[in-house]
Write a protein that binds this ligand. Structure first.
Ligand code: GLN
Length: 388
């Protein structure tokens, strides 16, 4: 039998998940030469100061393995940033672990802290790497669906979904794909459930610097939460370096022990020179952050105006760089069909979000567009939308 005829071998926990929706859509978009608003990935370059910092870091000889928990310059910069921006009082040496992107921070936290028999509550829709990673750790999940169009965080529903096996809740704010930024009141209600039930919180905050309405609140900063929260962040979204894969997990020492126990055997460390460049990037950037939000606000407003004219219904994203729309006026049976139809008919690629739900039917009326793109790209998308 030639290798072409050999059936694929995939470990059983991963079999239900198939190929990531991002790879599938990118392939279709390239083939159709569509304007690509699918993957959340800037189509413009990173700022000059961070590229320069990377060149300097390589030239000044940081090209061997760094410390397992992260370069001390970076962990110190992360601790200062967390203190100033996220109101978290943390110790760099014992509470910060740098990882290969936030994706590894998520997997190292799950694999290092959870085990078979544990149950985790997910608030659907959830970013597509959470479930496969929990499955690899033999952890079971229960879903509490946030309901369109408001996608409110329903702490009472989460409380009702908990069982005696529930160990943790995973949250994400600003939220991919809904564009929600959870309010302090919503997070306080969730924190009360976590304290009362003695639960851990995995809080994915990779879009924390991209907030248009309200404020970014880290659940770890709420009373009694620092001791039970793993805050997961990255450099990619804030500095448009998604390909650098520099992320980190912030957690109290007793939880950091589990994260590092896993991290040391998964990757041991991310690219060492890029960690040094990240440390430079995180220092004194308030003007850059203001500009980032103002640029993304312009992109958001431009795209949303075009989507509204084309008949899509949605709530304005409060943060992050996605807008989640109802596509039913297109007359397609589900999100995958609508997405395919938009690529074929008008040459515009988006993401069908049903793979972000345990029950795909719950996402079948929705479609996600990314606006982390050049104004020219968004204008090209608007031209195509105008054909509808
Ligand atoms: N986070 C990005 C998104 O949601 C994509 C990441 C990926 O391709 N896995 O679009």
């Amino acid at each position: 039998m030639s290798s072409q005829d050999t059936p694929n071998q995939i470990a059983s926990p991963l079999r239900p998940f198939g190929e990531s929706i991002f790879s599938q859509i990118n392939r279709m978009a390239i083939k159709a030469q569509a304007v690509n608003l699918s993957q959340g990935c800037p189509d413009f370059d990173a700022p000059a100061f961070i590229r320069e910092a990377a060149r300097d870091a390589i030239e000044s000889g940081n090209n061997q393995y760094g410390p397992m928990a992260g370069a001390t310059e970076l962990t110190a910069a992360i601790a200062d940033d967390a203190r100033d921006f996220m109101k978290m009082d943390i110790d760099a040496a014992s509470e910060v672990t740098t990882t290969c992107g936030c994706t590894e921070a998520i997997s190292a936290s799950i694999l290092g802290l959870l085990q078979e028999g544990d149950e985790v509550i997910l608030m659907d829709p959830v970013y597509d790497c959470y479930r496969p990673c929990l499955a690899l750790a033999n952890v079971t999940t229960r879903s509490v669906t946030m309901q369109a169009p408001d996608f409110a965080l329903d702490a009472a529903a989460i409380d009702a979904a908990c069982t005696e096996r529930t160990r943790a809740i995973m949250i994400n704010t600003p939220h991919n794909p809904t564009g929600r930024v959870f309010t302090r009141t919503e997070l306080e209600a969730l924190a009360e459930v976590c304290r009362r039930r003695d639960l851990l919180v995995f809080s994915d905050e990779v879009y924390n610097r991209i907030v248009f309405e309200g404020e970014h609140v880290s659940i770890a900063s709420l009373p009694g939460m620092a001791d039970r929260t793993i805050t997961l962040c990255s450099l990619g979204k804030t500095f448009s370096v998604t390909g650098w894969k520099i992320g980190w997990a912030i957690a109290p020492p007793h939880l950091t022990a589990g994260i590092r126990a896993a991290h040391q055997f998964i990757t041991f460390g991310s690219a060492h020179p890029l960690q040094h460049a990240a440390a430079v990037a995180l220092r004194d950037r308030s003007e850059y952050y203001t500009q980032l939000v103002s640029d993304y606000r312009e992109s958001r407003d431009l795209l949303c105006e075009g989507l509204r004219r084309a008949g899509f219904k949605f709530n304005m994203p409060e943060g992050g760089y996605f807008v989640l729309c109802d596509h039913t006026h297109l007359g397609q049976p589900d999100d995958i069909a609508a997405c395919r139809w938009l690529i074929d008919e008008i040459g515009l690629a988006s993401i069908p979000p049903s793979s972000f739900y345990a029950n795909p039917a719950q996402g079948s009326q929705l479609i996600r567009f990314a606006f982390c793109k050049r104004i020219e790209t968004i204008e090209a998308a608007l031209e195509r939308l105008a054909r509808l």
